[in-house]
Write a protein that binds this ligand. Structure first.
Ligand code: ZN
Ligand code: ZN
Length: 445
């Protein structure tokens, strides 16, 4: 009889965000991700939601650390708050840790975090845990799936991922490794990203977006072009910069997070833009409209972003007029629609042209759709499946999909925040729960 292993779900099931999962083995605990959730309604950045840390506080002596799949806020945003209660060792890729370091330094809590860099394919011991970091493609560089080699078999956490066979950085989801894990050791439990489980087919390749962007630059040749995208989407920023430079434009990053992330990604060798192709804000006034491409924050209608200020007619950056084309290379996160609309209306009123995903393919998702989830399941052949990351209907779609592929109903565990699942020789069952309230906290408070 091998000792049982437990999975304690602290967040991320039943709502988009605050992803946080604990694994218990040999009386020790390892956390996978520790994210926050933004309240719907977009513009309101005065509060965020966190996982309920009650159980972690009670068990802090047993916690060996946190492994991070990647650097999105819904996977690491709650760490500065957890650090108020305890010191932590945190494992992640170089890019993920660079983003985290910014956050903990800003929160003045950096001394409590020990950051340990891990590389693609690395396998290491953390306390009694045998942890493997498997490369996956996502809307951010250096994202991982995490495989835990336990006495109860391999527990595989998919992270956020898509299966893109022509990603911008050629770093593909490591299907070969997933397949070899399945055929050699076997996957006992797969925890699988559900974000896009309701979307049929396959996600668009990121490199396709680069082609569309280039054609947009040709079509709007005489215009001043401003593109907005997520500031952490370094692959997208690369393609925007390539399109701009290819058409003879200077790249002008605007907005604090955009400027910081571009600098950081260039320093890490993740973003290739030549120094002579980059310019500061002054270039916007000094150059003709067709000589610059601005990359700006504000794709979600955030009230302090560059786009929101432009929409309000502020002349802090430049004044928007009929010579401007503004490309939304992003989608709108559910809940942010009204703030985004308000910004778009403001820009249109000043005479700008707007290009968005409904008009041309200027955005691709970073999450696997139904076809990719099926590929992943047939490759990993898990004995048990727990759908993670998403609202209940998304988890449900992921579960339905797996059962349609022949997984027996009692091996597809539709779980919720707070559930304790026990993996033993007899199978996997829910054995209890821990507190899992939505904890709301005022930002800066
Ligand atoms: Zn993500
Ligand atoms: Zn996520």
């Amino acid at each position: 009889m091998a000792k049982p292993v437990r999975v304690v779900i602290l967040g991320g099931l039943g709502g988009v965000g605050r992803n946080c999962m604990a694994i218990e083995h040999d009386d020790r605990i390892l956390l996978i991700d520790c994210g926050q959730m933004f309240p719907s309604g977009g513009g309101d950045i005065t509060k965020v939601y966190l996982p309920d840390f009650t159980w972690l506080r009670q068990n802090r002596e047993r916690l060996d650390g946190i492994v991070l799949t990647h650097g999105h806020e819904d996977h690491l945003g709650a760490i500065p708050y957890l650090l108020r209660d305890m010191s932590l060792t945190i494992y992640g890729s170089e890019f993920t840790l660079a983003l985290l370091k910014n956050k903990v330094t800003n929160a003045n809590i950096g001394q409590r975090a020990t950051l340990v860099k891990v590389s693609d394919g690395e396998r290491r011991r953390i306390g009694p845990f045998d942890v493997e970091f498997i490369p996956v493609t996502h809307s951010m560089p250096q994202t991982f799936a995490v495989a835990l080699h336990t006495p109860q078999g391999v527990v595989l956490h998919s992270g956020d991922f898509k299966i893109d066979l022509s990603p911008v950085d050629e770093r593909r989801t490591d299907l070969a490794r997933l397949g070899s894990l399945a055929s050699n050791e076997g996957i006992r439990l797969l925890m699988l990203d559900s974000t896009n489980a309701e979307e049929p087919g396959y996600s668009q390749s990121e490199s396709h977006i680069g082609k569309t962007l280039r054609s947009m630059f040709v079509e709007h040749r005489s215009q001043r072009i401003t593109v907005t995208a997520f500031a952490s989407h370094i692959h997208r920023i690369q393609q925007i910069a390539d399109a701009a430079v290819g058409e003879g434009r200077l790249v002008v990053p605007l907005g604090r997070t955009m400027m910081n992330n571009i600098r950081m990604a260039r320093n890490l060798g993740l973003l290739r833009i030549n120094e002579q192709d980059l310019a500061e804000q002054e270039a916007i006034e000094d150059c003709r409209p067709d000589e610059v491409c601005i990359i700006a924050t504000g794709s979600q209608g955030e009230s302090q972003s560059v786009l929101a200020q432009l929409a309000r007619g502020s002349d802090r950056w430049f004044t928007v007029g009929p010579e401007d084309t503004i490309i939304y290379s992003s989608d709108t996160i559910p809940g942010n629609e009204s703030s985004v609309n308000e910004v778009v209306e403001g820009l249109l009123r000043q005479g700008a042209k707007i290009v968005h995903n409904g008009i041309a393919d200027v955005h691709a998702t970073g999450h696997a759709q139904e076809g990719e989830l099926r590929t992943y399941i047939s490759l990993t052949e898990p004995e048990y499946l727990v759908p993670i990351h998403g609202e209940y209907r998304m988890l449900h779609a992921n579960a339905r999909n797996a059962m349609a592929m022949g997984m027996p109903e009692h091996k597809v565990l539709l779980s919720r925040d707070g559930d304790i699942l026990e993996i033993s020789d007899d199978g996997i069952v829910r054995v209890g729960d821990v507190p899992s309230q939505m904890v709301s906290i005022r930002v800066g408070g």
